[in-house]
Design a protein around this ligand. Structure first.
Ligand code: SF4
Length: 399
């Protein structure tokens, strides 16, 4: 039987900012009572943010999905179309992408997440052209996009090194990497769900390269595709080891696998209970990563709100547009006032943040809450009734 006193002693050490081992993290993840885990993680968060611990943040952004054509065919993905599937595949032209950027700016968004498939024709040149056009038209927008998988792919298409690819897209306007594509980094679960993706070691190697070149990133984890608890802990240990060398991960963002329209057919899923435990363990174990993000998009608004009491300091984004996880069944939507209310009712003061986590607007007086009711999350996926495959999703009416 697990010694509760020993578990509590590890929790106390982590809550006070001390480092815990991988073995201790696994023990806590498996056996610590949920409330004790949350209490320790919340204490660690308060300690890290002493002085601003009453604040929880959110950001306004737009995912811009530039193509769904992809050669990588991940088994959990409901978004992609194989290159030969010309009926399902689509790509957006630059004018369409710039229109989406313009709407983002008009609605007070500060960041775009360029996200798409591994298109067989899109090398470094494609991203250079698009990022420089976006920056030229909207210098105020932060391009927080792509990740190691896209770099690996585009470098191969263009016949250049990953280092050259990063330098060139950074020079063209990419500000930071979003860090998608991490999925699960350990070999067994990664091969099971994304056999054609680069290895977890390669994903980290490219992120390390990027951090060394001055391009910071966030980091992610996809939970619920049949991985073991030990593999989840191994994933965050691999990230912590890299972060010890680079310091370039700004945040860690776990999110849950969505079960619809993909090859895995929803046979496994992470529960809210497992998700909250992971948020707490991330806060306690990742003592070298500043921000832990709670997600409402995949786990729901109430679980997102609860995550703020399990170590999360940020509630992610009001995504003006999202098509990838919604293709696989994530149906949650929200709007700016609702996110503000969720944070406030969790006992925190909401603040809109920048990509680099500075507070842009602290909502400390409800009487001064923003009033633009167009700041709403939209989805336009094939999986959602009323959605469209190649959406003309105009957030702002042109009439
Ligand atoms: S997750 Fe990304 S790389 Fe994998 S199939 Fe989907 S679009 Fe392609």
């Amino acid at each position: 039987m697990t010694d509760q006193a020993a578990l509590q002693s590890v929790l106390d050490r982590a809550a006070a900012g001390g480092r815990i081992t991988k073995e201790e993290a696994l023990d806590l993840y498996r056996h610590a009572p949920l409330h004790a885990l949350g209490q320790a993680a919340d204490a660690a968060r308060r300690l890290r943010y002493a002085g601003t611990e009453h604040i929880a943040t959110y950001i306004i952004e737009r995912n811009i999905n530039y193509t769904n054509v992809c050669v990588t065919a991940c088994k959990f993905c409901a978004f992609y179309a194989a290159p030969k599937d010309t009926k399902k595949g689509w790509s957006r032209d630059l004018d369409d992408i710039l229109r989406r950027c313009a709407e983002t700016v008009e609605l007070g968004g500060t960041q775009i997440m360029f996200q798409g498939g591994h298109h067989p024709d899109y090398g470094v040149e494609y991203y250079e052209e698009h990022f420089s056009a976006i920056k030229k038209a909207f210098p105020q927008l932060v391009i927080h996009s792509l990740g190691a998988s896209e770099v690996d792919h585009m470098a191969r298409i263009s016949g250049v090194s990953a280092e050259e690819a990063i330098k060139r897209i950074h020079a063209a306007g990419l500000d930071s990497f979003a860090g998608a594509g991490a999925e699960l980094l350990p070999e067994r679960p990664r091969k099971a769900i994304a056999p054609l993706k680069e290895s977890g070691e390669r994903w980290l190697e490219i992120m390390e390269l990027a951090h060394g070149l001055g391009v910071e990133s966030t980091s992610t984890m996809l939970m619920g595709t049949g991985e073991t608890n030990a593999e989840r802990i191994e994933h965050i240990a691999m990230i912590r080891d890299t972060q010890d060398r680079t310091g370039g991960f700004r945040a860690f963002i776990p999110y849950t696998y969505q079960p619809e329209n993909n090859h895995l057919k929803g046979r496994t899923q992470a529960t809210v209970f497992e998700y909250l435990r992971m948020i707490a363990i991330a806060r306690l174990f990742l003592d070298n990563i500043a921000h832990i993000q709670g997600s409402w998009l995949t786990v729901g608004k109430e679980a997102g709100q609860l995550s703020l009491h399990y170590g999360a300091d940020d509630l992610g984004s009001i995504m003006l547009e999202e098509n990838v996880v919604s293709s696989a069944g994530a149906k949650h939507r929200s709007n700016r006032q609702e996110i503000i209310d969720l944070i406030r009712k969790a006992g925190r003061v909401p603040a809109q943040r920048a990509t680099t986590y500075e507070h842009l607007l602290v909502h400390d007086d409800p009487a001064n809450d923003p009033v633009d009711d167009r700041v709403v999350s939209h989805i336009s996926s094939t999986a959602i009734e009323g959605g469209t495959a190649h959406p003309e999703l105009k957030l702002i009416s042109t009439n």
